[in-house]
Design a protein around this ligand. Structure first.
Ligand code: ADP
Ligand code: MG
Length: 726
């Protein structure tokens, strides 16, 4: 059998598989008939709950008050009846541990009734609180296993839903996961706390504009990028299977140079997959909206309509789960790793961020009246100030072993956190900051009196190089990785905005705001102060250029290139006091996050380096040596009959094989030395400075071998095959 049998089998199986069996009929069952059908929505509750119970539940949802047990019992009963009508047999408290994944523990509704039968029960206390064992979830030392109790607590603001499986359905209840001491062990709790903090401070500012009152919430719309590859290839690559990325692989002869994939026609099998993903999302009330091909071959994107940040965060997790689940049905694997293929664009998750309320509207929307404009300018300046002050934090919350491969790699924003405003808004800010000194047409602008000149909506493509871009009515945080929960970024943005708005409110509270003109002047002076202090974070040029790296260094902007550099930010006293002040995370909770994320970084690279060693030794080396043998005997035969032979290839091959053996041994030695690292931080730096570069060195050798060894000896599916054969 030849060395490439697995590859050939994969290709012939893909070709033999019929394309897509047709399934859906949108005339017979239109989208409107499935929309939200698996969600225990407010509508559903209104129909099923007694009026007073519904009223009290709604109050809890909008005000964040705790639910009393009588109400909970009534809600649980209605929820159970609804779930059973959907065929549910079990319920599950779904929670979001610090691993960034989704966790769930299922319990049956059914208990023996004592008379040989069974009865479905679901009490209010089972609804609002659960006790998963969960002792093996990482918690960074907050919870010792001997006090393993962690509680899940229903998040009433995120609706319960039904998850379907071919063999049954489960009622899923989104919950927060806390230790018995009330400390957060999860990603949801701080999102909810940070939303409260943001609201409190926003109200103080909005009072000046008469738009305070209704809850001010942040919203998020996350654009998810992903790759799809055929399962046959996926299962023939141990690296993809165990680490989600290819650790070896030379770039395909045809890359993305023609830009022919971006926004091109979506392959039929992929589109069928997308229809099903969207249909599943619609059933769950997730408003997926946009789908298209992305820049790299085999890369795609899905984006929902934005929602309140807590719901958007839960829905984002569900979108990822759905993408993976549905891909399997179509014989494909959905890769959400940030950099599955070296040399090919990686995947990000642009998080579009805004905030607002029913009374104030979207606070990042300039609006049409002088009053709206003034309000907008305060929030916009606050955002600039927040990013300026807390750029390191924004870098830390997108730090992961996998996202390190993408940030700054000329396809994603660099690790320097700057803000893109666009020329129009930049001019407006300058006109206010330098009141009259700028000779642009906006120089006479007087806040609260004049209407701002129109600010065009920037399409996402206008400036793809900025990590935080103003796009007309929102900011787009582009440094987030495709595989990450958006919880961390939401917590960071909500909290740093809360602080900036706190400062803005204090400024306005101390100023004379007794007349509209005086308020306008107070807003102007706030904007002027922010601009004077923070405008160095504003950059409207090409973030990918080397010139920007130099310029940013001159401006003194931090550039935390890797996770090892960025994660310790979480332990910084500055952040302990920030998160403490706004009651989002305690010092212990921050520490535990640092520990868990650092451990994850180490574990990720450990798995990868194990794979590199194993694959180099057991897959690549044998293929190379076989080819070497074949080549050697051909050369010997030729020589025997007196034909002069060229030794270039065999010499090169022999050299590479030797180098492969040596560097693999070096990597093994490095791995053995990891035990000597004095602490987690030192270990992370050892990984960054020694282990990862050695892995790259081995990759270069393997990729050179891939370009040299006869194709019928090469065992691993190539980039060309994985990216182009669908
Ligand atoms: P682009 O790729 O041009 O940035 P997309 O349509 O792919 O645009 O995605 C834009 C995302 O921004 C969507 O998820 C959309 O719902 C979201 N969005 C639009 N307006 C807002 C807003 N005011 N606040 C938060 N997100 C928003
Ligand atoms: Mg998009």
């Amino acid at each position: 059998m030849s060395g490439n049998a697995a590859r050939l089998n994969a290709i012939s199986s893909i070709i033999a598989t019929p394309t897509v069996a047709s399934g859906f009929d949108f005339v017979e069952s239109p989208t409107s008939s499935v929309w939200g059908k698996n969600v225990f929505s407010l509508n559903e509750m209104a129909q099923r709950l007694p009026k007073n119970v519904f009223k009290s539940l709604k109050k809890t949802i909008t005000s964040g008050e705790t639910l009393d047990l009588t109400t909970a019992d009534a809600v649980a009963e209605a929820m159970k009846t609804w779930a059973l009508s959907k065929g549910a047999t079990h319920y599950a408290h779904v929670f979001y541990p610090l691993t960034g994944l989704t966790a769930e523990k299922h319990d049956s509704f059914f208990d023996p009734d004592g008379d040989g039968g069974t009865i479905a029960t679901f009490s209010g206390s089972a609804l609002i609180q659960g006790e998963p064992d969960g002792s093996s979830f990482p918690n960074g030392g907050i919870r010792q296993t001997f006090e393993a109790r962690g509680y899940t607590i229903w998040d009433v603001t995120s609706p319960a839903y039904i998850m379907e499986n071919p063999n049954g359905t489960t009622l899923c209840i989104p919950t927060a996961f806390v230790s018995w001491t009330g400390e957060s062990l999860d990603k949801k709790t701080p999102v909810l706390r940070s939303m409260q903090a943001l609201n409190t401070q926003a109200q103080r500012v909005l009072k000046f504009f008469g738009t305070d009152g209704p809850f001010v919430s942040s919203s998020a719309g996350a654009e998810q990028e992903y790759f799809l590859i055929d399962n046959h290839f996926y299962y023939s690559r141990p690296d993809l299977l165990a680490s989600g990325r290819t650790l070896f692989g030379s770039p395909p002869p045809k890359g993305q140079e023609f830009d022919d994939h971006y926004f091109g026609a979506i392959p039929e099998r992929v589109q069928a997959f997308m229809f099903e993903v969207e249909r599943e999302c619609f059933k769950l009330g997730i408003p997926t909206k946009t789908r298209h091909n992305e820049v790299a071959p085999g890369q795609f994107e899905v984006a929902p309509v934005y929602e309140y940040s807590n719901v958007a965060t839960d829905h984002q997790q569900l979108v990822m789960t759905t993408l993976k689940k549905v891909a399997t049905k179509y014989g494909m694997t959905c890769l959400m790793h940030e950099k599955p293929f070296a040399g090919v664009n990686g995947s990000g998750k642009h998080v579009n961020f805004s905030m607002g309320s029913s009374a104030a509207g979207n606070l990042f929307d300039p609006g049409a009246t002088p009053k709206d404009n003034a309000q907008f300018l305060v929030f916009c300046a606050a955002m600039i100030s927040a990013v300026y002050k807390h750029a390191p934090l924004l870098r830390a919350v997108v730090a992961s072993a996998s996202n390190d491969h993408r940030l700054g790699a000329n396809e994603a924003p660099p690790a320097i956190l700057s803000v893109f405003l666009g020329d129009e808004l930049n001019q407006i800010m300058e006109a206010i900051a330098f009141s009259g000194e700028v000779t642009s047409k906006t120089s006479t602008l007087s806040v609260g009196v004049d209407v701002l000149p129109p600010i065009p909506m920037h399409s996402g493509d206008r400036n793809r190089t900025s990590p935080m871009a103003f796009t007309g009515n929102r900011f787009e945080f582009r440094a987030v990785g495709s595989n990450q929960s958006i919880a961390g970024p939401m917590v960071a943005m909500n909290t740093i905005m809360a602080e900036a708005l706190d400062e803005a409110a204090t400024h306005l509270e101390m100023a004379d705001t007794s007349t509209p003109e005086a308020l306008g002047a107070a807003v102007e002076s706030y904007v002027r102060n922010v601009w004077a202090k923070c405008s160095s974070v504003v950059f409207n040029g090409d973030g990918y250029s080397d010139a920007w790296h130099e310029e940013a260094a001159k401006r003194g902007l931090p550039n935390l290139k890797t996770t090892a550099d960025a994660l310790p930010v979480l332990l910084d006293k500055k952040y302990v006091s920030l998160f403490g002040k706004y009651q989002v995370l305690s010092e212990r909770e921050l520490e535990s996050r640092y520990e868990v994320y650092a451990e994850q970084y180490l574990a990720t690279v450990n798995v990868e380096s194990n794979l590199v060693v194993e694959m180099a030794k057991t897959i690549v080396f044998p293929a190379a040596i076989r080819y070497q043998g074949e080549l050697a005997s051909s050369l010997a035969s030729l020589k025997a009959i007196g034909i002069e032979t060229d030794q270039t290839t065999i010499t090169k091959l022999t050299g590479l094989i030797k180098k492969l053996q040596d560097t693999t041994a070096e990597l093994e030695a490095l791995k053995a030395s990891e035990h000597d690292a004095v602490d987690v931080a030192a270990h992370c730096f050892l990984i960054k400075e020694k282990v990862l570069p050695k892995m790259v060195e081995i990759r270069e050798i393997v990729d050179a071998l891939e370009d040299l060894v006869a194709d019928d000896h090469w065992p691993l599916p190539t980039f060309q095959e994985m990216l182009y054969i669908k």
